[in-house]
Write a protein that binds this ligand. Structure first.
Ligand SMILES: [Zn+2]
Length: 64
């Protein structure tokens, strides 16, 4: 579960609700509600499953 880091929004999303892509500053998804950039890191399990973890401590590169 991801939580939008825009404090005026804080909507929660399942990974399947959002599109994760790389806009040049790392992997992120845009909140479907407010459009804020939310950064994630990708992890690959030993079984080959890809999971994403939201990054909480990244500077706000992309203000709206
Ligand atoms: Zn949002």
């Amino acid at each position: 579960m991801f939580t939008c880091r825009n404090q005026a929004c804080e909507a929660q999303w399942e990974p399947s609700d959002v599109v994760i892509k790389n806009e040049g500053q790392g992997l992120l998804f845009r909140c479907p509600m407010c459009g804020a950039r939310n950064y994630v890191t990708r992890h690959k399990s030993p079984g080959g499953e890809i999971t994403y973890e939201q990054v909480q401590d990244i500077p706000p590169y992309g203000k709206q």
